[in-house]
Write a protein that binds this ligand. Sequence first.
Ligand code: CUA
Length: 334
Amino acid sequence: MASHYVGGHLAHRTSQQLLRVVSAAGVGLLLAGCEFEQSALHPAGRDAEELSGLTWFMFAGAVVVWSIVMGVTVYAVLGRKRPRTERFADLFILGGGVAFPTICLAILLVYGLSLLPSWTSADAPGVRIHVKAEQYWWRLGYELPDGRVLETANELHLPNDVTAEFVLTSTDVIHSLWIPALGGKMDAIPGRTNVLRLTPTKAGTYRGVCAEFCGPSHTFMAFPVVVHQPADFAAWLEAERTPAAAGSELFAASGCDACHTIRGVAETGKVGPDLTHFGSRTTIGAATLPNTRENLLAWLADPQRIKPGAAMPGYASLPEADRTAIADYLMGLK
Ligand code: CUA
C-alpha cells in the first residue's frame, strides 16, 4: 500500500513537472509572436546595443586568434620538418607568446574602457519605477509626478527613448532583474537599495527574467516588458491610475482582499500582487501561464501545483461556482 502511494505520488509529481514545462513552453510560444524577445544579441536598448557590439567584436577577435593558432598548429604537425635558427625560435616565442597577446588584450581593453562612460553617466531618468522582488514575483511601483506611487505587478511598461530608473529592493532573498534586450542586470538584495537605469530604443514586447537562483519557483518569475511610444505609455499609465469598477462581493467574502488590493474596491491587502487591472495583463503567476480563464481557475484552485513555493493558498475548498465568479470578475478588470 505504501509503495503504491509513493509510486502514485511520484507519477503525480512527474505529470506536474511535465504540465509546468508544457505551460512554460506555451507562454514562450505566446510571447514568441515577437521573435528574440529575450536576446541580448537582438538589442532594443542603449546598453544592450553596446553590449551586443562588444560581444560581436570579441567574437570576431576570437575567430581571428583561433584561426592563427590552428594554422600554426597544423603547420607544426604537418609542415616540412627542417632546422630553424635559435634567433628565429626566440623571435617566434616573443612575438607569438608576448607581443601578440599583449596587443590583442590592449585593443580589447581600450575598446571596453571606451564604453564605460556611457554606462556610468546615464541620462537623468524620465520615469522612476520601484521594483520590489518577492517570492516569486515582482511588485512594481510607478512614481507619479505628484510623488505618489502607483502599484502594479509582473508586467513592466516603459516609454521608448526615455531613461527608466529602477529602484531595486527585496525583503527576503536575493533576486536579479534582467531584461536582456534592454541591457545589463542588477540584483535586488535585502537591506540594500540598488539602482539600474535602462533606455529602450525600440518599441515592442520583450521578456525579463530573474537571473539569480532564489528558490523553487525561480524560473517562474519572468515578466513581459512592453515598450510603448511615449504617448501610448502616458495613456497606459492614465488607464492604470483609474480605480476598478465596484464588483464581486465574493472577492472580499472569500478573503481574497486580505492579501490583494483592487484599487476602488478593496485597498487593505498588500501581501500579494495588486490586481486592479488584472484582466489587461497577458500572463498570470509572473509569466508562468498565459492569462486565460481556464488557467486562472486552475491557479485559484491550487497555485502550488503550478508554481511550487508560491505564498498564495489554494481555494479548492470554495464552491466551484464561487471560484468561477471570482475568475470572471478578475478577467473583467481591464
Ligand atoms: Cu527570483 Cu530567481
